[in-house]
Design a protein around this ligand. Structure first.
Ligand code: MCA
Ligand code: AMP
Length: 500
């Protein structure tokens, strides 16, 4: 039996269904057994793999989560990697995180692993099947609560993506706060269709559901019709998604015949809770969802570094266009440029302190230090408190784009486009979109005599950046607007592009 508390609640009813995926189901007892197998196989002859970072490069499945908890139980740090990442991004993460081992399913991702190795990344691949096929289970040393448990990569306004490290204590606080705030119970069934390498899908969704002893139903990939069908078959009581997914669900529903869509809406109406987060939920979408399903979406605010910080109430008014009030254990301030507290209705930066905060940016002590002031993490998000509810107004920097719920660094994309021989100058910005939040738009000045279209830009990016970072729109310009310091005036570009 795992020593860590993550599955404790579920194991009170060991024969209860824990995870369902496209290949079948595991009870909590089966999940725990597989976690033990993986942990012991990873530890080998040792008592603990203390602090070893191990990559997980697998499609979402029961086994992926057994690997995740197995790494934690063995005393290691799980580093879930995006299955959409091209070899170059993987090679960077393998090197940055110092991964010596990567767990994968050789039948599905062998080619990308070989490409990653061909780029010089050196690591061993552990076949997930071998890790589960291990009968020599024994007790291992239990990691302390402040030991690192998970590392998630996130983009910032400087440099390449950084590894955000959360301890066991932080992870447990995150899921316990949500369990209480959103009244999770073991009869709940979460329909899960988000990637497992971000806080939303991994911590809130997968770990949160299992922490509550509930059932987790993993979809291999988001598909609007599959989600509606699952609602209508009453197989879910809770649903978590980003606004883009709610938008696509609404569009899919509206495109259907009433005979088909009426039972879908009735199924969604029966959900206990539907949560939106990771990006701003447009008020129109909040209302469209309400009209179709009668459900009042619960919007909340969080970030990779801080977990969930502010949430609309489970009971009480869920106010559209707002993210509610601070969650327990989280202390929120709205401050001006000097770090002085602002009164309600005055917009300022959100600073956060609390038990869900990360421990560090992996091997970047300076970046970690610079992201805090007076003990508070400076989020870079602008917000105001109005009539007792926080409202997110945007980001301080236009170098961060939020598209489809993903946080994307404009600078990372600019660096790649600038390496194209036809490109003289580039600025990448996010242009507002009801469906995507922002659409990644590349504004390019070409070298004399050169030509370029969107497909060429995307092809150029394809082996360098994950698909969700590829520009969706290209603007060819004679020059970019620059201030007297020579810096591109991105707000001006965004305004111009929003009008065209
Ligand atoms: C895809 N398309 C796009 C974009 N993405 N167009 C504009 N902007 C985009 N960002 C287009 C494609 O070109 C394609 O068009 C069509 O949409 C389908 O593309 P595909 O790649 O298949 O998209 P998808 O698989 O349907 O993905 C949409 C998705 C996905 C399901 C919304 O992006 C997703 O899972 N997002 C969630 C990300 C997430 O979990 N973020 C949480 C991190 P065509 O058909 O014309 O070729 S934030 C977090 O964790 C914090 C802590 C928090 O607060 O939660
Ligand atoms: P990430 O770093 O991927 O975890 O993304 C965190 C960022 O997503 C935050 O800093 C916000 O900019 C944004 N975000 C998350 N939830 C919301 C929300 N409900 N409304 C507006 N922005 C949000």
């Amino acid at each position: 039996m795992p020593e860590l508390p993550y599955l404790q609640k579920g194991l009170e009813h060991p024969n209860k269904s824990a995870i369902i995926d496209s290949r079948g189901a595991w009870t909590y007892a089966e999940l725990a057994e597989n976690v033990d197998s993986a942990a012991c196989a990873l530890a080998g002859a040792e008592d603990s793999i203390e602090g070893e970072r191990i990559g997980i490069f697998m499609d979402p499945s029961k086994e992926t989560l057994a690997m995740f908890f197995g790494i934690l139980e063995a005393g290691g740090v799980a580093v879930p990697l995006s299955i959409f990442a091209p070899a170059r991004e993987l090679a960077y993460q393998v090197e940055d995180a110092g991964l010596k081992r990567l767990i994968s399913d050789p039948t599905t991702h062998a080619e990308r692993i070989e490409e990653t190795k061909a780029l010089g990344a050196s690591f061993n691949v552990s076949n997930r099947l071998h890790l589960l096929d291990n009968s020599s289970r024994r007790s291992l040393a239990t990691p302390s609560s402040d030991a690192p448990a998970v590392m998630l990569y996130t983009s910032g306004t400087t440099g390449r993506p950084k590894g955000v490290v959360h301890s066991h204590a932080s992870l447990i606080n995150q899921v316990e706060v949500l369990r209480e705030a959103w009244q999770w119970h073991d009869a709940d069934r979460l329909l899960h269709c988000l990637p497992l390498h971000h806080v939303h899908g991994l911590i809130n969704g997968a770990i949160g559901a299992l922490w509550a002893g509930a059932q987790l139903r993993l979809m291999p990939k988001f598909d609007a019709v599959d989600v509606w069908r699952t609602f209508s078959s009453r197989e879910a009581t809770v649903f978590y998604a980003v606004p883009t997914i709610y938008h696509q669900l609404v569009e899919a529903w509206e495109a259907e015949d009433p005979v088909v869509r009426d039972p879908w809406a009735q199924g969604a109406a029966a959900l206990r809770l539907a949560v939106s987060g990771s990006a701003a939920l447009p008020e129109t979408l909040f209302q469209r969802w309400r009209l179709i399903t009668g459900q009042i979406l619960l919007e909340r605010y969080g970030m990779t570094e801080i977990g969930m910080a502010i949430s609309n109430p489970y009971e009480g008014e869920r106010r559209p266009g707002t993210v509610g009030q601070p969650l327990p254990t989280m202390d929120i301030r709205i401050v001006d440029e000097d770090g002085a507290d602002l009164p309600p209705e005055q917009p300022g930066e959100i600073w956060v302190r609390g038990a869900s905060l990360f421990s560090e940016y992996w091997q970047r002590p300076e970046a970690t230090r610079d992201s805090f002031r007076d003990g508070y993490f400076m989020t870079g998000d602008i917000a105001e408190l109005r009539n007792g509810y926080y409202r997110i107004l945007g980001r301080a920097s236009q170098d961060i784009i939020k598209s489809a719920g993903y946080k994307i660094s404009a600078l990372e994309i600019e660096e790649q486009i600038l390496s194209h021989p036809s490109v003289s100058e580039v600025a990448v910005v996010g242009v507002r979109s009801e469906e995507w939040g922002e659409v990644i738009t590349a504004c390019v000045v070409l070298r004399p005599g050169e030509s370029m279209d969107l497909k060429q830009v995307r092809d150029w990016c394809s082996d360098k950046l994950s698909a969700y970072k590829h520009p969706r729109r290209l603007e060819l310009r004679d020059a970019l607007p620059r201030n007297t310091m020579g810096k591109v005036i991105k707000p001006q570009l965004v305004t111009e592009l929003s009008q065209s």
